[in-house]
Write a protein that binds this ligand. Structure first.
Ligand code: G3I
Length: 379
């Protein structure tokens, strides 16, 4: 991670806020309206006749003109950054939902089997509560950032540990989370079931087992599946659809996350993205872009930054124009807290705020799209 901010850059950030406030104040009313609508929706039980978390499918289906123009905006947050004033101010001002970027993962919450620690994730949840934000919980079953003891278990042991972990986390946060990513990235890049310790020990049965455990926890948290490279048409997206359809038919989930980690200019078309979201919504589920970033080759060219701004707007517009799409979460605030540079050599500048936590043209474009200024298909 790069160092966060110097006193010099802090002044620039504050200056950026001042000049941006004119735009922001106009957007504020729209955002607040959107948020209260979302809160109202979220406070409704999943099924009017049933206040436990045991249904999906035809319940919670949006009314005909419900969602257009009313999406939330979220961000991934890592607990250490909450010590940084400029980062916190951006979160407070711009984002309505937050996702713990790392501290709610298995290696953080259950480092030793049966010994749970929520200290770090509690900080994020408290920040959210104190500032009127909602929390998208992340993550239960994943092949990454898990403790070694979990990987070492045999099949039955893995089932027991998973049931216990998911139940414990969901019940601990039963009044705090909007949603929880029960399973993350179960598919490999080729669209087949990912080769992981989960699939090696349990084939594909771990997916249903984990969702059943989450449902059995009996909370009102919306249960999500989450994956990447599923934003448009294609083999992996179709495989994702098949898994989701099967879970939906068994009434085991409520929502589908499309991560949205993209390379600049490589998004599917707006129409493809909308059509893809819609087929999942048509299963009776809600959908969301859950981890959006748009990376560019470094040093970033002006042309790429214009395209990146367009790409961000495409995400927002696809969500706004798809009934049942609840929101767009961006994976990090400023360039220094992005996972991109350390993972994709030669790429970076993937977020809405720059190295000095000042707004980028991608943010302006994102805001314009939120206001309903439509994207134009780029060539
Ligand atoms: O916490 C340790 C710290 O103690 C140590 O000094 C430091 C040294 O490298 O590492 C720190 O851990 C890092 C952790 O982030 C917290 O910053 C890990 O090395 C690093 O690998 C980890 O990266 C995270 C990555 O998931 C791991 O797969 C990213 O921050 C996080 O943004 C990223 O998020 C994932 C989503 O959960 C799922 N979808 C993809 C997305 C991007 O990879």
């Amino acid at each position: 991670m790069r160092h966060f901010v110097t006193s010099h850059t802090l002044i620039l950030v504050v200056t950026g806020f001042l000049s941006f406030n004119a735009v922001e104040s106009r957007l504020g009313a729209l955002r607040r309206a959107d948020t209260s609508d979302m809160m109202n929706q979220m406070n409704q039980p999943i099924n009017e006749n049933d206040t436990s978390n045991n249904a999906t499918g035809d319940v919670d289906t949006p009314e005909p003109d419900e969602c257009t123009g009313k999406i939330y905006v979220g961000n991934a947050v890592d607990a250490p950054y909450l010590e940084k004033q400029s980062y916190v101010e951006i979160l407070k001002q711009y984002f309505e939902y937050i996702t713990p970027g790392n501290v709610m993962k298995w290696d953080a919450t259950e480092k030793s089997q049966g010994v749970f620690s929520f200290d770090a994730s509690d900080k994020i949840v408290k920040f959210a509560k104190d500032n009127g934000k909602k929390v998208r919980g992340h993550v239960g079953v994943w092949h990454n950032q898990v403790p070694q003891w979990l990987k070492d278990l045999d099949g039955p042991g893995l089932i027991n540990a998973t049931q216990n972990h998911i139940k414990t986390v969901l019940q601990y946060y039963k009044d705090d989370l909007y949603s929880f990513d029960v399973c993350n990235e179960v598919l490999g890049d080729d669209g087949n079931l990912r080769d992981s310790f989960w699939s090696q020990k349990l084939n594909d049965s771990f997916i249903e087992m984990a969702f059943q455990a989450a449902m059995d926890a009996g909370t009102n948290i919306k249960l999500y599946i989450n994956d990447y490279s599923v934003e448009g048409p294609g083999k992996k997206s179709d495989a994702y659809y098949a898994i989701v359809k099967s879970l939906a038919e068994k009434k085991l989930l409520h929502g589908v996350g499309f991560q949205g980690h993209m390379i600049v200019g490589k998004l599917p078309s707006l129409e493809e993205m909308k059509a893809n979201l819609k087929r999942f919504v048509d299963l009776g589920l809600e959908v969301a872009y859950s981890e959006v970033d748009v990376r560019v080759p470094l040093p970033a060219s002006p042309k790429d930054l214009v395209q990146q701004a367009q790409d961000y707007a495409t995400f927002v517009t696809a969500c706004k124009e798809t009934q049942g799409c609840k929101g767009v979460t961006v994976w990090g605030v400023g360039y220094p807290d992005s996972w991109v540079p350390s993972t994709f050599q030669g790429f970076g500048d993937a977020l809405l705020f720059d190295d000095n936590y000042q707004p980028t043209q991608a943010l302006t474009s994102f805001e314009q799209a939120l206001k309903g200024n439509l994207t134009q298909e780029s060539s």
